[in-house]
Ligand binder design. Structure first.
Ligand code: NDP
Length: 259
């Protein structure tokens, strides 16, 4: 599959896709062994830190910015379907980069600069390749794609994931009063079934985007998201079970009834 990448014409694009896929694969095995050192799993030994709120903004903002830059530079605005997909990306990322961090509670914790730097680089590559692919390398996204089952199903899946992700983020936020920093057992929404429905929603969202866009960077990002978030969901799940004696028995980590 990778040999089919446009190495001659767009070597930077091809390299960025390899970076995203490679980073996701390495992150998966690394994070199965070592929990990502932020939030409840924060600990010493990961170098200098940066406060969590600006950390989130710095690491996530490159994604909507680079996406939009490449998209408009390469003329993506001339077709309806790429414009709709741009809208989905910005809908997610304007929230994640600017609204989510500003509404976080207990968010004056520190994040390791190393994780912020890695996420910053990743988001440049991911935003840029996805914006570029939609504008320049997706001839299938003409107006006939508006009635294509993959587009319609992808939009549906995206919004299901979006709903689960937002609802779960809101449930977590409401567990703390302003100024509180401790942890409680979340209930309601998809917490009925899993410990990390915010991650489940995020994974579903990007699978939906990949189906709707049907581009290689779309699928690479869905793959990366699952590689990054499944091990962290398993960590959260173990942590909840260790910390709370009354943690609901039937709850799984991230996939209802399965994992
Ligand atoms: P977490 O679930 O670890 O934390 C989210 C927020 O809720 C934090 O402010 C956290 O506080 C607080 N919180 C979590 N659990 C509890 C609890 N039991 N009681 C009280 N407060 C709680 O999520 P992440 O920070 O890892 O991720 C945030 C969002 O970003 C998610 O929606 C995720 O899907 C998305 N994301 C996407 C990635 C991708 O690869 N696409 C990568 C990483 C995140 P504290 O920080 O103090 O723990």
């Amino acid at each position: 599959m990778l040999s089919g990448l446009p190495w001659d014409q767009w070597p930077l694009y091809a390299s960025a896709i390899v970076f995203i896929l490679g980073f996701g694969t390495i992150a998966f095995f690394f994070l199965l062994a070592i929990s990502a050192p932020y939030g409840r799993h924060a600990r010493d030994g990961w170098g200098p830190g940066i406060p969590a709120k600006p950390g989130w903004i710095v690491m996530e903002a490159p994604s909507p910015i680079c996406f939009a830059l490449l998209f408009f530079m390469y003329g993506g605005y001339t077709r309806a379907v790429p414009l709709i997909l741009l809208g989905l990306w910005q809908l997610h990322y304007v929230y994640r980069a600017f609204i989510f961090p500003l509404r976080m509670r207990g968010g004056d914790k520190s994040k390791p600069l190393l994780t912020v730097a890695l996420a910053f680089l990743f988001n440049i590559a991911n935003g840029a390749t996805n914006g570029f692919a939609l504008a320049k390398l997706a001839p299938h996204l003409d107006n006939t794609w508006l009635s294509e089952p993959r587009f319609i199903a992808g939009l549906f899946v995206f919004f299901v994931g979006y709903f689960i992700n937002h609802q779960s983020d809101a449930i977590l936020r409401d567990l703390r009063k302003p100024g509180e920093t401790g942890y409680k057992i979340p209930y309601g929404g998809a917490y009925r079934w899993v410990s990390a429905p915010n991650y489940l929603g995020e994974i579903i969202e990007w699978i939906g985007f990949a189906i709707a866009a049907w581009t290689l960077p779309g699928w690479a990002f869905a793959y990366f998201t699952a590689c990054n978030l499944i091990p962290r969901a398993l960590d959260h799940h173990r942590w909840y079970r260790d910390k709370f004696d009354d943690y609901p028995e039937s709850r799984r980590a991230v996939i209802p009834h399965i994992l």
